[in-house]
Design a protein around this ligand. Structure first.
Ligand code: ASP
Length: 337
């Protein structure tokens, strides 16, 4: 009997149900249990007794929250520490998939594969995409050399720092930006690998981060006890004047991520408000609202940058960094920002 593969269900469209097989948008996400999703797959080649399943949550991932993240991180950390567990597959909605993937990567930096997968069509669709995505995720999970957090959708594999949902409807809804070669002009940019007929074709190295000094389970215990600092995202655009920043500072926000234009540029009025916020003790990070490329360092920037992270991931990095700064500095919750 081979090593175990753990499947953690969290909901999403992959577990969605609609009253019509032709309805791809008017469905309810997070309805079908992970055991039923697995039962629909041809898994004979994995052999008997390979799977452990657990329903960690059952929600539409637009409603993802810290409570589910903590529970998910606890279960992932638990299974990662089991010697007979080879890999973890997580079924998840697409809306906040990139956030959960980055959160697990930044928090746990797992060596074993932690593969998140999803669907754009509900399980009741005439031609659902979830079953193939799950098969691809399982193929990746047991692929020799696979490591760290990754996202599988429509045959493409993305790294946790690069992956981003870029389309509200099509089956290949994700992009890895310019992290890898531009595969098809219709999207699907920047994958780190493909899953082709059950085989993984790797294009670049797996996204493992250096493990922290604290074992994963201890990290997660800290996280469960931690108060999540309020970090909000504000955006720079024509006419951005800093009103939202002043209101958020008055409301007691601990951190602000500014989704900048272009190469980290911020409207001068918004920047003035952000500089003032920093002087009042609020942590500020710039992250570009451009979906491709990375911000290059500029000489005249007054605000710190989170290069390589989109605004919602920069928010997670900043929350984890703020939690870390409330702890003994040798017991870091995540890589520093
Ligand atoms: N709203 C759904 C979710 O994120 C969308 C999806 O899964 O495709 O759970």
């Amino acid at each position: 009997m081979g090593q175990k593969i753990v499947i953690l269900g969290t909901g999403g469209t992959i577990a969605g149900q609609s009253s019509s097989a032709l309805d791809h948008t008017g469905y309810t996400a997070g309805q079908i249990g992970v055991n039923d999703l697995l039962a629909a797959l041809p898994l004979e080649s994995f052999g008997p007794g390979r799977f452990i399943t657990e329903q960690v949550a059952q929600l539409d991932s637009k409603d993802m929250g810290f409570d589910v993240w903590v529970k998910l991180a606890q279960r992932v950390a638990h299974y990662l520490s089991q010697a007979d567990v080879q890999a973890i597959v997580i079924t998840h909605g697409t809306d906040t998939l990139e956030e959960t993937a980055y959160f697990l990567h930044a928090l746990l930096a797992p060596g074993k594969p932690v593969v998140l997968t999803c669907a754009m069509r509900p399980a009741t669709a005439l031609v659902p995409d979830g079953p193939q995505n799950m098969m691809d995720a399982l193929a990746l999970a047991v692929s020799p050399g696979a490591a760290g957090v990754s996202v599988v959708c429509a045959g493409a594999v993305y790294g946790p720092e690069d992956v981003q949902k870029v389309h509200p409807y099509r089956l290949n809804a994700f992009s890895g930006g310019d992290a890898g070669p531009m595969a098809y002009s219709g999207g699907d940019a920047g994958p780190m690998a493909y899953v082709e007929d059950g085989r993984v074709r790797l294009l670049r190295a797996w996204s493992t981060a250096p493990a922290g000094q604290v074992p994963a389970e201890a990290l997660v215990t800290q996280l469960a006890d931690a108060v999540w600092p309020r970090v909000e995202v504000v955006m720079s655009y024509a006419g951005a004047d800093g009103l939202a920043v002043r209101a958020l500072v008055d409301a007691g926000v601990r951190g602000l991520v500014v989704a900048t234009t272009g190469n980290g540029t911020v409207h001068q009025d918004l920047e003035a408000a952000l500089v003032l916020a920093m002087q009042q003790g609020v942590r500020v990070l710039r992250a570009t609202r451009c979906t491709e490329g990375r911000m290059l360092p500029g000489a005249d920037q007054h605000l710190p940058a989170a290069p390589g992270l989109n605004p919602v991931k920069a928010r997670i990095a900043l929350m984890l960094a703020l939690m870390r700064s409330n702890q003994d500095s040798s017991r870091s919750i995540a890589a520093g920002v």
